[in-house]
Design a protein around this ligand. Structure first.
Ligand SMILES: C[S@@+](CC[C@H](N)C(=O)[O-])C[C@H]1O[C@@H](n2cnc3c(N)ncnc32)[C@H](O)[C@@H]1O
Length: 259
């Protein structure tokens, strides 16, 4: 399982092969009993669902299950592209770009903080008497909405257009949290007590430099899952959730540095 966590692509491929075996078996079993079109749809559904399920059972992060689910459909569409109209592909491309624009640019995909982690962040804020929270790359804004209120001000900074818009609407509807459409590298964080990031290994060195240069003494940079390379965290919180989330805590020091 650890190998699959380090190289999730192996688990994803295995899941597709396991699903393929099931789909082929199903087709062979039902070939004389079902209409050919119906059989194709049934095999496709079996392939998608089994691949997603096996991916989940292998303990891969949830977005791999989504990839497992959608990959066979995407492959089917690509193989039949010549017989289909072109516009749905264009629309799908634009939608994907609006949601996942940061995946290519920053190598940060969209995946969301779970409930246990949000609760741990709330506890951390309470322990430290923190009042101002910023989620850099706030996604759909779930953490921001959860932590806002009860004397705390929570802000999210997000640049992917569709993701920002959805999170802004949800925050307005619930009257919780402040969502800004901004690049994390432009965001003002000097007054924050706790800055949270759930990004990827790629931006961590630069993010740490930004935090060190801008954040006030005794404030905290908290990274979900991705440590800053070469810098020892002041604390590491290991959470009892299924994915074994680790929160890396870096406290800003009085001399304007950290670590
Ligand atoms: C892994 S998601 C985390 C979402 C949210 N923080 C959570 O934990 O639920 C990372 C988010 O960071 C956003 N992001 C990545 N690079 C960014 C940048 N340079 N400026 C603003 N947002 C960025 C992505 O669009 C994505 O929504």
């Amino acid at each position: 399982m650890t190998a699959f966590r380090s190289y999730p692509i192996i688990g994803a491929v295995l899941a597709q092969f396991a699903a393929l075996a099931l789909a082929v078996g199903l087709r062979l079993m039902l070939v004389d009993r079902l209409d050919p079109d119906m059989l194709v749809w049934l095999a496709l559904a079996a392939q998608c669902l089994t691949a997603a399920l096996v991916t989940k059972l292998l303990g891969l992060p949830v977005w791999w299950a989504w990839i497992g689910l959608l990959f066979p459909v995407a492959l089917g569409l690509a193989l039949n592209a010549g017989t289909l109209p072109a516009w749905p592909f264009g629309v799908a491309f634009v939608l994907l770009a609006l949601v996942f624009s940061n995946t290519a640019r920053e190598r940060v995909p969209l995946y969301l903080t779970n409930r246990q982690t949000t609760e741990a962040l709330a506890k951390l804020m309470q322990q430290r008497g923190a009042r101002r929270f910023t989620d850099l790359g706030s996604g759909l804004g779930g953490v921001v909405r959860s932590l806002d209120g009860e004397g705390r001000r929570a802000r999210g900074v997000e640049s992917a257009p569709m993701v920002w818009l959805i999170s802004l609407l949800l925050s307005k509807l619930q009257g919780r949290g402040l969502i800004e459409r901004q690049d994390i590298w432009e965001a003002e964080i000097g007054e924050e007590d706790l800055v949270y990031a759930f990004l990827s290994p790629e931006p961590m060195p630069a993010l740490y430099e930004k935090a060190k240069g801008a954040m006030k003494p005794a404030s905290l940079l908290v990274s979900n899952s991705f440590p800053v390379p070469g810098v020892e965290a002041d604390e590491i919180w290991e959470l009892p959730d299924r994915r074994g989330t680790r929160l890396y805590l870096y406290e800003m020091k009085r001399d304007g540095g950290a670590g």
